[in-house]
Design a protein around this ligand. Structure first.
Ligand code: B12
Ligand code: SF4
Length: 457
């Protein structure tokens, strides 16, 4: 059998600690393995928070041939610790690590002898081919699989990833997770239960803080609208889903396909509510109207800065005017807006931070989040920070920008201040009471969730 698992980031991590959403990527990997005939179990340890000893007990009981672990840069330490603990009790199993960090910095994982393979990029085909070789004991074959990085006799072997035809990818194996343990409640939707889904992979933009192309290539591939609709139907039939969060880099990257999917949703009469993420330059009035009629209630836009100078520096390729224009369009068709800003990006000054706050205040989105910028490995802004030496190292691979005006602690203080100022404005309190009802609002004031404390409210 094969065990697939996630681990948790450190509890002092500087990011948003709110929601525990089911790990979609790992569910896709699980589905591909099941399709190839393997018995698979999943442990979302970000949700379950089992101790290292409990994980050891589990692997002793299951005796997996392979353990696959998802690794982001924030979970690197925990991933390494988990791999070591597993090998201690089941030395014969092979450990495969995939996900964001494995795609950016696979070699860093192979520094741990207990980790046998890192997988770059899309995991479905790579792990299925790897598993077939491992089960046969053909380790030479395993070292030839596309996307795999492993130790060879004369150094590290690194095989370029290959991408799948999207419609060949099976539906995520949701049945392997205890869905009842997730709250299945998406912040931006009234409808419950709500689940996550994906319609595409990859992005053709090149923002300085993002290295999505290392995972999916600099291309965008989409499931056909029919395939997306089939998965929606499956969700509704099997899990009674009423709301969907389409987790995608940019939901409206290809407007024709988005429109075709919206038409299918309208025709289905499922009456679902949904939320998606996109960029302001991928929106127009026509597509917004179609999305609104198909049940789109909220769109999340990553604005990142209220300073045009900073937006240009981070290669965001949008203007402040565009943002204002698109927010107006959303309001016109009745779609709510969630947005986020990053604080402390290279080139930023305190005045730029204040410009972000003023712009956020002016935009007056329904939800607004301020995050302290953490540079991810190998992204252009990460390289810039290393070259200029203007950083505080927070963890093995995580860096925060530092200038004469602010460091990480000061950025955290500013973030809290912005959060307080933004959300305590009487007009926003009123808006929240209207949205949530007096009772829910009072309950959240008395027992704020990590989501509230993290700046998303
Ligand atoms: C939804 C989401 C979440 C959800 C679900 C997390 C999850 N484990 O799936 C929640 C809210 C819980 C979450 C939490 C966190 N997240 Co998050 N999240 C996302 C988001 C928006 C979508 C992820 C997704 O579903 N993608 C679609 C699927 C299909 O892709 P995928 O997950 O990458 O999986 C594919 C491959 O990576 C690979 N793969 C993945 N796992 C494995 C395992 C094996 C063994 C193999 C072989 C392959 C493989 O195969 C999959 C299918 O092809 C991404 C941004 C994005 N656009 O992807 C950020 C993102 C992944 N998250 C990020 C971060 C920082 C976090 C947190 C640390 C935040 C925090 N402090 O809590 C935690 C870490 C949680 C964890 N233990 O993994 C960063 C990671 C950056 C980095 N360099 O590591 C991202 C990129 C956002 C960002 N740009 O900041 N997240
Ligand atoms: S931040 Fe979004 S738009 Fe920019 S490159 Fe990454 S995925 Fe694409």
């Amino acid at each position: 059998m094969i065990l697939l698992m996630t681990t948790a980031p450190p509890s002092n991590a500087p990011w948003f600690h709110g929601k525990r959403l089911p790990p979609l990527g790992l569910m896709y990997v699980a589905a591909a393995l099941e399709q190839a005939g393997h018995e698979v179990q999943m442990l979302d340890n970000y949700l379950m928070q089992q101790s290292t000893e409990e994980v050891q007990q589990l692997v002793l009981k299951l005796h997996p041939v392979i353990v696959g672990i998802t690794c982001g840069s924030a979970t690197y330490k925990k991933c390494v610790e988990t791999a070591k603990a597993i090998k201690q009790v089941v030395p014969g199993c092979k450990i495969i690590v995939g996900g964001w960090h494995a795609s950016y910095m696979p070699e860093s994982l192979l520094e741990t002898p207990e980790i046998d393979y890192a997988v770059m990029g899309e995991g479905e085909r790579a792990i299925t081919e790897l598993a077939a070789f491992i089960v046969k004991g053909d380790y030479f074959g395993a070292s030839t699989v596309a996307g795999v990085v492993c130790r060879g006799s004369s150094g590290v072997i690194k095989n370029e990833p290959k991408f799948l035809n999207m419609d060949e990818i099976p539906f995520p194996a949701r049945h392997l997770l205890p869905l009842e343990k997730y709250d299945r409640n998406i912040e931006f939707l009234k409808a419950k239960p709500a689940d996550v889904m994906s319609i595409s992979r990859g992005c053709t933009f090149s923002c300085g803080f993002c290295e999505t192309k290392k995972l999916w290539g600099n291309i965008n591939r989409q499931f056909s609208p029919q395939r997306v609709m089939a998965e929606v139907n499956d969700l509704v039939a099997k899990y009674n889903t009423k709301g969907i969060y389409f987790i995608n880099d940019n939901f409206t990257m290809r407007k024709n396909q988005t429109a075709e999917f919206c038409d299918l949703l309208i025709k289905s009469k499922l009456d679902l509510e949904w939320v998606c993420d996109t960029r302001v330059d991928l929106i127009n009035q026509e597509i917004l109207e179609k999305m609104a009629s198909a049940g789109c209630k909220t769109i999340w836009f990553g604005i990142e800065s209220g300073s045009q100078k900073v937006l240009n520096h981070i290669n965001r390729n949008i203007t402040l005017e565009q943002v204002e224009e698109v927010f107006k369009m959303c309001r016109k068709v009745g779609i709510q807006i969630a947005c986020s800003f990053m604080l402390g990006m290279p080139s930023e000054t305190k005045e730029d931070l204040m410009a972000s706050y003023r712009f956020a205040d002016k935009l007056d989105a329904d939800w607004c989040q301020f995050n302290v910028f953490i540079a991810y490995p190998d992204s252009p802004l990460w390289r810039e920070m290393l070259e200029t030496g203007k950083y505080t190292q927070l963890d093995d691979f995580l860096y925060s920008y530092k200038t004469d005006e602010f460091d990480y602690d000061e950025l955290m203080r500013i973030q809290k201040q912005f959060f307080k100022d933004y959300h305590r404005a009487p007009k926003r309190i009123l808006k929240r009471i209207q949205r949530e009802g007096v009772l829910n609002f009072a309950k959240r004031r008395l027992h704020p969730s990590p989501v509230d404390n993290a700046g998303m409210a």
